[in-house]
Design a protein around this ligand. Sequence first.
Ligand code: ATP
Length: 360
Amino acid sequence: MPQELQTRLEVSGLVRRFDGRAAVEDVSFEVLAGQVVCLLGPSGCGKSTTLRLVAGVDRQDAGTVSIDGRCVAGPGIEVPPEARSVGLMFQDFALFPHLTVAANVGFGVSGSKAEREERVAELLARIGLSGKARAYPHELSGGEAQRVALARAVAPRPKVMLMDEPFSGLDERLKDDIRDHTLAVLKEEGTAVLLVTHEPDEAMRMADQILLMREGRIVQRGTPYHIYTAPVDRAAAAFFSDINVIRGEVHGALTETPFGQFLAPGHAEGAAVDIVIRPQHLKIDFDRGGHGPLPTPEDGTPARAVVERARFMGRESLVEFRMDHDGSRLSATVPQVFLPKPGTVLWLTIRRDRCFVFPA
Ligand code: ATP
């Protein structure tokens, strides 16, 4: 089997309870060689507990963990963390302060002295710190120390790398750079990565596959694109951006709104539904009142709104509206600078192909 398709980590039916309450409930997933899988969810949803069970620093109540086809945790099996071939990287990673950068990176590497030196040199070159081989950790910047921690974690060629919020201690400006760098090194090494984060941006940036968790369970799994564009419910949509919600009622598989009709297949007759739309898909209809084209079928019918507040956010402007038809509030993001005065009347349309209809 090609290396990149090998299952490196397989987790099946994992359960962990604390005081009778399930922190992790029936969690199953796989990570392939060279793949980054991200456990994403709000604080307390069970991400770190899942990671700890995989690492072997905590013991599950049910389920199994297999690494490279070998069961390391299951009924009657409990392989200790150091024998699982996992690398660990946490937010408060600590380099050994009394060892040089080279010695830190070479710490867990086996083989002859020459082999170890070659591996260390290769990794230092890859993280761009060959010149710092003899430096001590206190002589490094936060970003450099993070790169050394990464090199140290991958140096023994672990089958699986477990990362728990590894970038959250870093300066905002450094973060993107280090994330990209880390990803490049991990991909080159072909390591299977399980990354825990509560930041949707980080998951979108790093993951091949996102496992969205809530209250101990995986509620949705898929590529970043899939999770963002086809959220499983309102909360999943709201986890990735602000959302607008328009309440409607279903009649004949359709919902009538001031923005026109929306398809609501699979919802019962008379059921209340929430039409969820991200602010970037609420459009200001600048042609209304002018001589522009009629709205396209995707855009539906324009609805009248009054500007309450407009703010410039850097790359875009955020405009908050009060809707004429029911006084509800909706917000739209508009590229660049668009700052209409409060009280301005505008017409809004919504991208029907970009909205989601969920049970209310
Ligand atoms: P965070 O991002 O805040 O770390 P998380 O998603 O990683 O959150 P976990 O740390 O896995 O969440 O915790 C899941 C639940 O299990 C929480 O309700 C937490 O309080 C509980 N929990 C975790 N570890 C223990 C423990 N050792 N004893 C008791 N309860 C625990």
